[in-house]
Ligand binder design. Structure first.
Ligand code: PRP
Ligand code: MG
Length: 181
């Protein structure tokens, strides 16, 4: 398509709604970590937009670090096996870690990450995600900050991709059928 936004058939959340929700989440995070150190960890690549906007919504000091993880196997995540493509730069022992992602689908990525990071003896590990798909949750994940629970539909935009495209949309929505054909 000539214009990327026109591939969205249905906008679920606008830029304004997303920013308002992140501001709400930021107020809770500020209150919960008051007087505490805070390291936010973004999960590449999907979390880049949430990391950029959530961290700027926080009226406090934060450190930012990044992980890139990848599921083994042929495109499907059902194996639950994850490998680290890029590890944290920071030593997180004794630190408050807040993992930031834009969506929890099956929960496999974040449940694995929580287990992995917990083994490094941080002071705390929590999760903030903009979206969660309760219907698709195959692994239980304890999520402290959730923007919205959404139906089990394929969504793109604001970091979420379809074949590596659409991450740069400002809104989140579902793709028109013609995109898939
Ligand atoms: C997507 C998304 C989450 C994860 C959620 O990332 O950004 O990180 O899947 O799915 P799950 O709950 O079923 O594990 P993906 O691995 O596709 O990589 P990306 O962030 O680079 O798009
Ligand atoms: Mg991701």
């Amino acid at each position: 398509a000539s214009h990327v936004e026109s591939d969205l058939v249905n906008v679920l959340f606008t830029e304004e709604q997303i920013q308002a929700k992140l501001a709400e989440m930021a107020r809770k995070i500020e209150a919960d970590y008051e007087g505490e150190d805070l390291l936010v960890v973004g999960v590449l690549k999907g979390a880049v937009m949430v990391m950029a906007d959530l961290s700027r919504a926080l009226n406090r000091h934060v450190e930012m670090d990044w992980m890139a993880v990848s599921s083994y196997g042929s495109g499907t995540k059902s194996s639950g096996v994850v490998r680290i493509m890029k590890d944290l730069d920071a030593d997180i022992s004794g630190r408050n870690v807040l993992i930031v992602d834009e969506i929890i689908d099956t929960g496999l990525t974040l449940s694995w990450l929580v287990t992995n990071l917990t083994s490094r003896r941080p002071k705390s590990v929590e999760i903030a995600t903009l979206l969660r798909k309760p219907d698709a949750l195959a692994m239980p994940v304890d999520v402290k900050y959730v923007g919205w629970d959404i139906p089990n539909e394929f969504v793109v935009g604001y970091g979420l991709d379809y074949q590596e495209k659409y991450r740069n949309l400002r809104d989140i929505g579902t793709l028109a059928p013609h995109v898939y054909s």
